[in-house]
Ligand binder design. Structure first.
Ligand code: CU
Length: 122
């Protein structure tokens, strides 16, 4: 390969790489319970819907509430859906404000994180 062909190859790879990066980060698109809502029944599980497929091994949540960190069971992807994370809640939840801090590794290798809150009515 000549030097100029190598240069064209590298430029193309960089261009494709940056297009992929702009298009494929795993952002949180929806959740259950939904962000900012007040609910009257304690959820048995949390569901987080991402904009891209995520790697389960490097994707998860930490939930904190009025009694501290909430115990959760092993998270899993929804069947046949690599964009929806399902996190079973292990114990009963007391009324109060809850914060869900999430982190995700998209299948393209990019990491994202964020948080949202919901409130459980007494
Ligand atoms: Cu990305």
């Amino acid at each position: 390969m000549t030097t100029s062909l190598v240069r064209i190859g590298l430029a193309t790879a960089l261009l494709l790489g940056s297009i992929g990066a702009a298009a494929a980060h795993a952002h949180l698109k929806a959740s259950t319970p939904a962000a900012g809502t007040t609910i009257s029944a304690a959820p048995a599980e949390l569901r987080l819907g991402f904009s891209e497929g995520v790697n389960l091994k490097f994707t998860g949540v930490v939930v904190t509430g009025p009694a501290g960190v909430v115990a959760t069971s092993t998270a899993a992807m929804a069947p046949g859906d690599d964009k929806t994370l399902v996190v079973p809640v292990a114990g009963p939840l007391a009324p109060g404000a809850y914060k869900v801090e999430w982190h995700a590794l998209a299948t393209d290798g990019h990491k994202t994180d964020g948080s949202y809150s919901f409130t459980l009515k007494p």
